[in-house]
Write a protein that binds this ligand. Sequence first.
Ligand SMILES: Nc1nc2c(ncn2[C@@H]2O[C@H](COP(=O)(O)OP(=O)(O)OP(=O)(O)O)[C@@H](O)[C@H]2O)c(=O)[nH]1
Ligand SMILES: [Mg+2]
Length: 544
Amino acid sequence: MSQLQQELAEEVARRRTFAIISHPDAGKTTLTEKLLLYGGAIHLAGSVKARAAQRRATSDWMELEQQRGISITSTVLQFNYHDCTLNLLDTPGHKDFSEDTYRTLAAADNAVMLVDAAKGLETQTRKLFEVCRLRELPIFTFVNKLDLPTREPLELLDEIEKELGIVPYVMNYPIGTGMRFKGVFDRISRKVHLFQRNAHGSKEATVKIMSLDDPSLPELVSEDILQPFLEELEMVEAAGSEWDEKAFMNGKMTPIFFGSAMTNFGVELFLKSFLAHGSTPESHQSSSGEIAPTDEDFSAFVFKLQANMDPKHRDRIAFVRVCSGKFEKDMTVTHTRSGKQIRLSYAQKLFGQDREALEVAYAGDVIGLNNPGAFAIGDTIYAGKKLQYAGIPTFSPELFAYLRSPEPSKFKQFRKGITELREEGAIQIMYSVDEAKRDPILGAVGQLQFEVVQYRLQSEYGVETILEPLPYSVARWVENGWEALEEAGRLFNTFVAKDNLDQPVLLFKNIWNLSQVESDCPKLKLSNTAPLTLAGSFSGKASS
Ligand SMILES: Nc1nc2c(ncn2[C@@H]2O[C@H](COP(=O)(O)OP(=O)(O)OP(=O)(O)O)[C@@H](O)[C@H]2O)c(=O)[nH]1
Ligand SMILES: [Mg+2]
């Protein structure tokens, strides 16, 4: 084994990359914050709805996120814990931002699914779970908010098993819930962990560890909490299956943890178990076959862009997932789509909004590259033999609106803002084919995307805008371009637009109007996403 191979094998073995997913409000950002606290990456955990004097969440760094107390955009946090390098991806739960969450999942090797113990499985959690299952990602489950009134833990386990069709493996079981939540029993070490609350959970929880037969246990936990716990534990142990590493790695079994992110109960146990069981970086399919993380040639793909992370510097960052080889500062790579050579001089280690210069990175790492406009979502870069990783899917927009800037003097900033936010994938942009109507048409999956775009145009580009909703709800791209559209002749109840690559897009008020056009013009091939995305337009399709 060469020295480089040895180095790659070691570095890959100590990396864990994971995304936290769930329905809004289950506590993803709160858990993220606590994992950073236990990982030693921050000293006092911030709160999502922080009071002025307190620290704000590292992960929800955007102004609008702090105002609203929700996550709007995925955040990457890289930190070391014990001997491992963790790349943590905190995703937004709101469905209007799910495109961003899906993109981010493409960069993860593991998923952590949060379940609110009072609510059980919720819509977005189910949807995101399906995406993880399709990708056969190993999934950890953290049942959160045990400090509040909850549903019966056994009932929650049942729901996960029956509704998701995944086998739950109870790693720890709660002792009491709500006001009477005392701690958890760790089935692996067979030890009881009793917690004590600390000021707003900003510091690590104090914990007492003892065995089940410790004589002081009944003094610390009253009989009416201890008895039901012991009975339930017995049921779990009698009915539960054996731990099956292979089933877990294929997303067929999920280890279950109970805890409370806010009060830090169960967070450290979870983190340790995650390190022990989490998948190391995996191989990726490419146009040149499967690429192993220990392959000596560097390769990576762009899964996300973000403008103005540092408002003072107006920068644009490409979030890049390293898939193989070793990244070294100043290395030259080929950009698959354009065939151009690019020197990577300004790579950054990402930690929420904070960044620091980066010298080396390995498979599993998510790094930030300065993007003066060269990179688009889905782009591949490589140093060895030519390859392209599979593209990142885009969603079909369902809401449309004209966006106007009432201040003609701000036209340049308006155009810049629109272009950059479109590149980020924060919104889709189209134009009417009627030359008299020059205002861009925004296409979104959800209403909140409009609000974010307007807010960001104002705060990051200094442009006020007016939104004028359009009555359409379905978009279809014409696969064979303008000629095919002309051949089809006059279409009823159809608004003809063009996307930013000048491809024809048809907008319909509803699916009935669409089906009418489909039956009137059977030759017209329509697709619900753009046939050419910027990434696909140069390089052709990647395999798989
Ligand atoms: N009582 C209690 N509250 C919690 C716990 N975890 C999170 N919360 C609260 O739940 C609310 C939502 O938490 P977040 O961490 O922002 O949830 P999220 O999943 O990141 O939400 P989105 O990113 O918007 O999808 C906040 O007010 C948190 O303080 C917990 O363990 N116990
Ligand atoms: Mg969040």
